[in-house]
Design a protein. Structure first.
Length: 196
């Protein structure tokens, strides 16, 4: 179920409606070790990944879909909240929830702001910037948010995360195949003859 909403982007909405959600995310990994909310500079990362660069030049929409799918692998395997931000053309900030969950968002910035500006505002207004990782190749945004306490990653590091997630999922699938019962068994010592 895809949901979408338009938001007037102001300094207040950057802090209230978007950045605070990182504290509400259901996270399965230890946030003291790993970030809980990944902010991805969509166009920058899409053009920065060698696996997407040619596709980006030929079919930007398809490249976006592939990048969003890669980001979803991080969301699903590690339980991190993920926000992918692209430059938009409209007057409002548009938030899409392609899988109907609040912990995975695709944002298109309003025409008067870049995706970088949206990411920077979200990161700087977060209640806990240490719980945020920003993925971009833009050194200005990375330096700004690193100075605020956020973690940063390059497009190639993002690709390494995706590969690690794929490995995690693959290992889980192998484990499930080896243990088809899911590890559940009746351990209760009940004499059903005495119950009747």
């Amino acid at each position: 179920m895809k949901r979408s909403r338009k938001i007037k982007f102001t300094d207040e909405t950057a802090g209230k409606s978007l950045a605070r959600r990182d504290l509400k995310a259901g996270v399965t990994r230890d946030c003291a070790i790993a970030p809980c909310h990944v902010l991805i500079d969509g166009s920058n990362v899409g053009q920065g990944l060698s696996s997407l660069r040619r596709i980006w030049r030929q079919d930007r929409e398809r490249a976006r879909e592939i990048l969003i799918s890669m980001a979803r692998e991080i969301h699903d395997a590690w339980g991190w909240q993920v926000t992918v931000v692209f430059d938009g053309r409209g007057s409002d900030l548009v938030c899409d929830y392609p899988w109907g969950v609040d912990t995975f968002t695709v944002i298109f910035s309003p025409a008067n702001l870049t995706a970088d500006a949206v990411i920077e505002r979200m990161g700087l207004r977060s209640a806990d910037p240490a719980r945020i990782a920003v993925v971009s190749a833009d050194h200005m945004i990375l330096d700004s948010l690193r100075a605020a306490g956020a973690r940063t990653a390059s497009p190639s590091e993002f690709e390494q995360w995706v590969n690690a997630c794929r490995q995690t999922v693959s290992e889980k699938q192998v484990h499930r195949r080896r243990n088809p019962g899911g590890g559940f068994e009746n351990r209760l010592d009940i004499d059903f003859d005495q119950l009747t």
